[in-house]
Design a protein around this ligand. Structure first.
Ligand SMILES: *Cc1c(COP(=O)(O)O)cnc(C)c1O
Length: 380
C-alpha cells in the first residue's frame, strides 16, 4: 500500500467487541487476566496499551521499520535511546541538532559517563577522524534545526557500517512523508510526534522506530523499565493527526516554498535557508534523498537584534512561540528560545546568530502569510 493509505489504515483493525472503525481510546491502566498467568495480550499500560500499539504500528509502517514505540515526548524517546549505550561509550552527533538534544547529551548523559563529539556532518573525512575506539553511535538530524543543513545519510551509514556503529536519525523535520532514513540503512529513527506527526499543536509526544529484532526487544525493555511511554489519549490524538499527514505536508511545503521565495527577494533579508532553494548548500543532496523539502524556513535579517526584535513583535498571523509542525504558523528566535540552552560561543560557531529567525509555515492562506511578513518587515 502507498503512503496515504498506510497513514489511514495501518495499525487499525475494527474493534473486536463493537466493530468501531476508529481505534478506541483504551484509557485504562490495567487489564483483567483471563486466568492465572493468561492475558488477552495486555496486562499493564506502561508495558503495552492497545491505543498506543495502533499508533506504534502505524509509525513503523510509515517509516518502513520493524517496530514502533511511542513515548511521552521527543526527549523521552531520545533519553530512552541513549540508554542503549553504557558508560564509556562515545557518540558522534551533528553540531546543529535540536537544542534539547544538545542539552540532553552535554548536560545529562555526560554525567553518566558517555562522551560526545559534535561536528558538522558534511564531510566524510571529518566524521572518520572523530571515530575513537569507544565510538558506538552516530546521531544525525536532517534537515537540521534551525539551520536546515542536509546530511547525506548514505554517506554517514557507509561510515557507520565500516566501523560497526549504530546510526540514529531524528526525522522530526522531514517526516516519513518526505524522508525515510531506514531506506538508506539507518538503524533507528526518532521523532518528536509533537511536531508534524500530530500536527495540531495539542500533544507532546515522541516515537522510535527500530530495524532489527534485537533493537526492538531492547527498546521495548527500556521503555517499560524506564516508564517513558506515551499516554493512551496522546497516542489517540497523534494517530488521528497522522491520518492527514500526507495532505498536510504537501500544503506545508507549498506554503513554505512561497515564503522562502518571497523572503529571498526581500532587501531586508540577508539570507534564506530552505533546502528547496537552489542557493541552499544541501539542495542537491536534498533533491536526491527527500521527496520534498518540508515546511520550515529559516532566515537572517539585516540590521541585527533591534530589527529582528521589532520584526518578531510586529507579526500578527505568525505567533511567537516554540515548536513547529502544526497547522498554525509559528515564528521562533533560536538564540533566545529553542537554542538558548546552547552556550553562546557554541551557538555562534555553528552559525545560529542573533538575527536568525525560524518560521514554521502553517496551513493558513498563503496570501495572509506573505502579507503578514510584508507588514512586519516594513516596520523594522
Ligand atoms: C521538538 C524536537 C525534539 C524534542 O521533542 P519534544 O517532543 O519537544 O520533547 C527533538 N528533535 C527535534 C528535531 C525537535 O524539533
Amino acid at each position: 500500500m502507498k503512503f496515504e493509505t498506510l497513514a489511514i489504515h495501518s495499525g487499525r483493525e475494527p474493534d473486536p467487541t463493537t466493530g468501531a472503525l476508529v481505534t478506541p481510546l483504551y484509557q485504562t491502566s490495567t487489564f483483567v487476566f483471563q486466568d492465572v498467568g493468561v492475558t488477552r495480550g495486555y496486562d499493564y499500560s506502561r508495558t503495552a496499551n492497545p491505543t498506543r500499539k495502533a499508533l506504534e504500528d502505524c509509525i513503523a509502517a510509515l517509516e518502513g521499520g520493524k517496530a514502533g514505540f511511542a513515548f511521552s515526548s521527543g526527549m523521552a524517546a531520545e533519553t530512552t535511546i541513549m540508554h542503549l549505550l553504557k558508560a564509556g561509550d562515545h557518540v558522534i552527533s551533528g553540531d546543529d541538532v535540536y537544542g534539547g538534544t544538545y542539552r540532553l547529551f552535554e548536560r545529562v548523559m555526560k554525567d553518566f559517563g558517555l562522551e560526545f563529539t559534535f561536528l558538522r556532518m558534511d564531510d566524510r573525512r571529518r566524521i572518520e577522524r572523530a571515530i575513537r575506539p569507544n565510538t558506538t553511535m552516530i546521531w544525525i538530524e536532517t534537515p537540521s534545526n534551525p539551520l536546515l543543513n542536509i546530511v547525506d545519510i548514505e554517506m554517514v551509514v557507509d561510515i557507520a557500517r565500516r566501523h560497526e556503529l549504530l546510526t540514529v536519525a531524528d526525522n522530526t523535520f522531514a517526516t516519513p512523508y518526505f524522508l525515510r532514513p531506514i531506506e538508506y540503512g539507518v538503524d533507528l529513527v526518532v521523532h518528536s510526534t509533537t511536531k508534524y506527526l500530530n500536527g495540531h499543536c495539542d500533544v507532546i509526544g515522541g516515537a522510535v522506530v527500530t530495524t532489527t529484532d534485537k533493537l526492538t526487544e531492547r527498546v521495548q525493555f527500556l521503555l517499560n523499565a524506564m516508564g517513558t511511554c506515551a499516554s493512551p489519549f496522546d497516542c489517540w490524538l497523534v494517530l488521528r493527526g497522522i491520518k492527514t499527514l500526507a495532505v498536510r505536508m504537501m500544503q506545508h511545503e507549498e506554503n513554505a516554498a512561497q515564503v522562502a521565495t518571497y523572503l529571498e527577494k526581500h532587501p531586508k533579508v540577508k539570507r534564506v535557508l530552505y533546502p528547496g532553494l537552489k542557493s541552499h548548500p544541501g539542495h542537491e543532496i536534498a533533491m536526491r534523498q527527500m521527496g520534498g523539502f518540508g515546511g520550515i524556513v529559516s532566515f537572517e535579517m539585516e540590521g541585527g537584534i533591534e530589527a529582528t526584535s521589532s520584526f518578531l513583535r510586529n507579526l500578527k498571523v505568525f505567533s511567537l512561540a516554540e515548536s513547529l509542525g502544526g497547522l498554525d504558523s509559528l515564528v521562533e528566535h533560536p538564540a533566545t528560545m529553542s537554542h538558548a540552552s546552547m552556550p553562546e560561543d557554541v551557538r555562534r560557531s555553528v552559525g545560529i546568530t542573533d538575527s536568525l529567525i525560524r518560521l514554521s509555515v502553517g496551513l493558513e492562506n498563503i496570501d495572509d502569510l506573505i502579507e503578514d511578513l510584508e507588514q512586519a518587515l516594513e516596520h523594522t
